[in-house]
Write a protein that binds this ligand. Structure first.
Ligand code: NDP
Length: 337
């Protein structure tokens, strides 16, 4: 089997040298375990965090260890009574051609219902993240205005589409004219601004103020950086901020980090803002409720999704590096040979 391991820790943005392709023996499943041949693997921004040796909510990947991540694939050998060869399953197999895990840790999928890769995006962890953060922390109400950046990614597009369906005005922020068109034409956002076309947070804020004449009630925070700085002063009193991610800062401090503590805290205070961080791994008790509500919406086309498919395990690092810089359009997956 083949797998991609962490060759070295990145200093700043990850590079190809931080990864290494290895060939190892195929594992033999023990009692209760299942051997799976991976068909699609997921590339997610959180994996950048696992590459660094800093304290976080999860342990870092050790240097020389396999990159972590979710994948869907076909059961080859099963020592678990509920799974048989040929079944399609979702599991944390990592960046690898095969995975061997206890059957109890695998989710069986019905390939007739959706393309199996949807279990990594719109109906998987990122889609669930958008649904949960919007409902539990955003608490959307019809007539309000919501802003979300990384608007065409699997989290942002879920947030925007659900909020729009609930009668909110939804303004996206995305990188480039094509992504903005995708946000409005495919995902039904009311408007979308290209953050790359504004030199400063102040310029972006002026455009946002025009797009959101009634202010912003919910800012679904995916990126931090210049976007956060632009949005915060436009928040309405009693606004809510689900703090989901801050990809602009994942490589360390950048020139975008000018939102200093006094300005930040004063805005939170005088606007009565509620900000709550959340890590979706801690909320999987709600995953069945998400699937029950959103699966029919995906099947019926009310919630749409776009995937960016790279091919071949060896190309995963390049696709990952590209995604962190916004080179992906839609959910980034890798189709394995
Ligand atoms: P995406 O597929 O949207 O990919 C990340 C996107 O971030 C890029 O395509 C790019 O979009 C945008 N981006 C990158 N750098 C910047 C920047 N400097 N400023 C503005 N935008 C930038 O990712 P996901 O939908 O999977 O994830 C979105 C966010 O949600 C991430 O921050 C991720 O870490 C977080 N997340 C958090 C979870 C949790 O449990 N809290 C779970 C899952 C995801 P564009 O080109 O449009 O700018």
């Amino acid at each position: 089997m083949q797998r991609i391991v962490l060759n070295s820790r990145p200093e700043g943005a990850p590079t190809a040298e931080n990864f290494r392709l290895e060939t190892t023996d195929l594992p033999t499943p023990g009692p209760g375990e299942v051997l799976v041949k991976a068909q699609y693997m997921s590339l997610d921004p959180y994996m950048r965090g696992r590459m660094s040796d800093v304290a976080s909510y999860a342990d870092p990947v050790p240097v020389g260890g396999a990159m972590e991540g979710g994948a869907v694939g076909e059961v080859v050998t099963s020592n678990h009574p509920d799974l048989a060869p040929g079944d399609t399953v979702l599991g944390m197999f990592g960046w690898a051609s095969h995975g061997c895990l206890p059957g109890a840790q695998l989710q069986k999928l019905d390939p007739a219902l959706q393309p199996i890769s949807a279990a990594l995006g719109v109906l998987g962890m990122p889609g669930f993240t958008g649904w949960h953060g919007l409902n539990e922390i955003g608490r959307p109400k019809a007539g309000e205005t919501l802003v979300v950046a990384a608007a065409t990614g699997p989290v942002g597009s879920m947030v925007g589409q659900l909020a729009r369906a609930r009668g909110l005005k939804v303004v996206g922020i995305a990188g480039g004219a094509d992504k903005c068109k995708l946000a409005t034409d495919t995902f039904g956002f009311d408007a979308c601004l290209d953050h790359r076309s504004y030199a400063t947070a102040k310029d972006l804020r002026a455009a946002l103020a025009e797009a959101c004449p009634d202010g912003i009630d919910i800012y679904f925070e995916n990126v931090g950086g210049k976007v956060l700085e632009a949005v915060l002063p436009l928040m309405n009193r009693f606004g809510r901020i689900p703090l989901c991610g801050m990809i602009a800062w994942y490589d360390g401090e950048t020139s975008d980090t000018r939102l200093t503590a006094p300005g930040l805290w004063r805005t939170v205070l005088v606007k009565h803002l509620t900000i709550s961080g959340f890590i979706i791994a801690n909320h999987y008790d709600r995953y069945p409720a998400f699937l029950k509500e959103v699966s029919p919406l995906v099947a019926g086309g009310q919630v749409r999704f776009v995937e960016d498919v790279a091919t071949g395990l060896e190309n995963a690092p390049e696709a990952f590096i590209k995604m962190l810089k916004g080179g992906n359009t839609g959910k980034q997956v890798v189709k394995l040979d």
